[in-house]
Ligand binder design. Structure first.
Ligand SMILES: [Zn+2]
Length: 66
């Protein structure tokens, strides 16, 4: 089983951010996933996976091909 890295959600509008550990497969809006900012209600949420540098490059290249 591949461990799921922590993920940081950040609001591009007000600067709110939260890092969540994905310890289970249960995804709960407002707890370990955020589609809108709990502070300013913006939908401008950016999420970052915590990956090694190499994995970030691979992820970046994969996204470029899409
Ligand atoms: Zn916000």
């Amino acid at each position: 089983m591949i461990p799921i890295p922590p993920r940081t959600f950040r609001c591009a509008d007000c600067g709110w951010s939260k890092t969540v550990e994905r310890s289970s497969d249960v995804v709960t809006e407002g707890y370990n996933i955020f589609s809108s900012c709990p502070k300013c209600r913006s939908n401008n949420i950016i999420s970052h996976k915590h990956l090694s540098f190499a994995a970030i490059i691979v992820d970046f290249l994969t996204q470029l091909k899409k």
